[in-house]
Ligand binder design. Structure first.
Ligand SMILES: [Zn+2]
Ligand SMILES: [Zn+2]
Length: 180
């Protein structure tokens, strides 16, 4: 079985029975937005599984290393993560149960979908490699953290150009109005 598939037959039918698990391994092909886990990197899980009658509760921590692309300058950087987990796997889930939890299938708890969900939620929508990242120049694409291409100053002047054009066309329109 995959390292994230845990046989819980020893807990089935035993209310409040618990088992601690600690394990690590890869989460292949994980990518979401601007974040991913390298295929060679291990993710660690430390969880307490508990029989709560209608299911198995899984509570504890997962940790590992995320790779991210800066949303401003596109540079790749790494960030360690450590996340709290408190999820439930139902023996006979209803549709509503599955919206907030998972399913025990054939006495097996598959932690992989849960792990993916937990990690996805921790990835920022717009990761930045440093709070003061200056990003890329919109004109030439230069990394403004590394060099100043001076386009930023010209950009401010260029911002007025459409407004000047608009004013010119409006005054032109007024003239036509008068001629009619
Ligand atoms: Zn950046
Ligand atoms: Zn530039």
């Amino acid at each position: 079985m995959h390292w994230l598939q845990i046989d819980v037959s020893d807990l089935a039918g035993r209310y409040d029975a618990t088992r601690e698990i600690e394990s690590s391994g890869p989460v292949e092909g994980f990518r979401s937005g601007l974040g991913w886990i390298e295929d060679g990197d291990s993710v660690h899980v430390k969880l307490r599984l508990r029989n709560v009658n209608d299911g198995i509760e899984a509570a504890g921590e997962v940790w590992g290393r995320l790779h991210l692309s800066c949303s401003r300058c596109l540079v790749e950087y790494e960030q360690d993560f450590r996340l709290d987990v408190d999820e439930k796997f139902y023996f006979e889930p209803t549709i509503a149960d599955l919206k907030e939890g998972y399913e025990v299938r054939d006495q097996v708890v598959d932690l992989e979908p849960m792990l993916r969900d937990v990690i996805v939620l921790s990835i920022p929508m717009r990761p930045v490699h440093a709070e003061d990242c200056k990003g890329l120049c919109p004109v030439c694409g230069a990394d403004l953290n590394v060099s100043d291409c001076k386009h930023a100053e010209q950009q401010i002047d260029a911002r007025w150009a459409p407004l000047q054009g608009l004013m010119a066309s409006q005054s032109g329109g007024d003239d036509e109005e008068v001629e009619k």
